[in-house]
Write a protein that binds this ligand. Structure first.
Ligand SMILES: [Zn+2]
Length: 43
């Protein structure tokens, strides 16, 4: 099994949550990581 070290960093926009917590309640999917909570390019 390969470990992708240095890739798939925690999303800086949502802190790895994958979504934003809204002040009025509820949540919104993070556009930065598309809800995955991770960043990094896919090949
Ligand atoms: Zn995100």
């Amino acid at each position: 099994m390969l470990i992708m070290k240095g890739k798939g960093n925690t999303c800086e926009y949502c802190s790895g949550q994958g979504y934003f917590q809204l002040l009025l309640g509820g949540s919104e999917t993070c556009n930065g990581c598309d809800g995955s909570g991770k960043t990094g390019e896919k090949s």
